[in-house]
Design a protein around this ligand. Structure first.
Ligand code: KIV
Length: 294
């Protein structure tokens, strides 16, 4: 097997996706596509498929590391996986997710940790959860030259205050608060905002009101772009599937079937066959046996 990383097919032909591309796509009414990735082969496949942005989400904690929620994910976990993704994809915008407690303690902490994503892990931007209460952190991260994507609605790092993974902003006052939060993020300099699990009419209204693009997940077709957790889309994560997920494949079943066939073939000694084995010339083998007296 070659040790050289294969180059992504579309990488040379398509210009790098930047915050300017996001702005232009919103202006042109062209939907922005975003997917999560946590490793090199997935990033490579997404680059080849032509996705606009890759989010190395802290959903990593649930779909890759097996935690019940995203709270245990650390900066070191995130940076490790961001580096792998950056080796696989260069054209899409690469966005690193600031994990729980990496930006809430102080604005200084937020800026320093955001910087690590660009400096150590080749990300192009960061994402953080929260609205008005995070506006100052967003402002200072942007002032440091780091593009910020906001995240409103169902914000998984607040699962304990939200009382579970449940749809948000379904009352008049909660909807109003979401609008104010989105405007605050835009005013603070965010280049885009994720709207997760909120009513479709509200998400569409906010998308029209904001000059920055919204990226929806469970927020209807009226957003400027869409994101899905790749393990949900591929059917790799079967613990639970939110209503808003569309499964484009059932790779969990494909994996179980492939592992099962492998186990059967090993047990039946029908794998490996000659084409999977290394040969030695008769002359060398016979000489060796002679030497060994066998
Ligand atoms: O961590 C993540 O994957 C996310 C997406 C669901 C937007 O935040």
């Amino acid at each position: 097997m070659s040790t050289e990383a294969p180059k992504a097919a579309g990488a040379a032909t398509r210009p790098k996706v930047t915050t300017r591309t996001f702005r232009q796509m919103k202006k042109d009414g062209q939907p922005i596509t975003m997917l999560t990735a946590y490793d090199y082969p997935t990033a490579l496949a997404q680059e080849r498929a032509g996705v606009d942005a890759i989010l190395v989400g802290d959903s990593l904690g649930m779909v890759v590391l097996g935690y019940p929620n995203t709270l245990p994910v650390t900066m070191e976990d995130m940076l490790h996986h961001c580096k792998a993704v950056a080796r696989g994809a260069q054209t899409p915008m690469l966005i690193g997710d600031l994990p729980f407690m990496s930006y809430q303690v102080s604005v200084q902490q937020a800026v320093a940790n955001a910087g690590r994503f660009l400096q150590e892990a080749s990300m192009d931007a960061v994402k953080l959860e929260g609205g008005q209460e995070r506006a100052e952190a967003v402002r200072q991260i942007v002032a440091a030259g780091i593009p910020v994507m906001g995240h409103l609605g169902l914000t998984p790092q607040s699962v304990n205050t939200l009382g579970g993974f449940r749809p948000q902003a379904r009352t008049k006052s909660a909807a109003r608060k979401l609008i104010e939060d989105a405007l605050a993020l835009q005013e603070a300099g965010a280049f885009s905002v994720v709207l997760e699990s909120v009513p479709d009419r509200l998400a569409e209204w906010i998308s029209k009101k904001l000059s920055i693009p919204t990226i929806g997940i469970g927020a209807g077709v009226g957003c400027d772009g869409q994101v899905l957790v790749t393990h949900d889309l591929l059917g790799l994560f079967d613990r639970f599937t939110p209503k808003f997920v569309k499964k484009y494949a059932d790779l969990h079943t494909t994996m179980v079937d492939a592992f099962g066939v492998y186990i059967q073939e090993v047990q039946a000694r029908s794998f490996p066959m000659d084409e999977h084995s290394v040969a030695i010339k008769d002359e060398a083998w016979d000489a060796l046996l002679k030497e060994l007296g066998d």
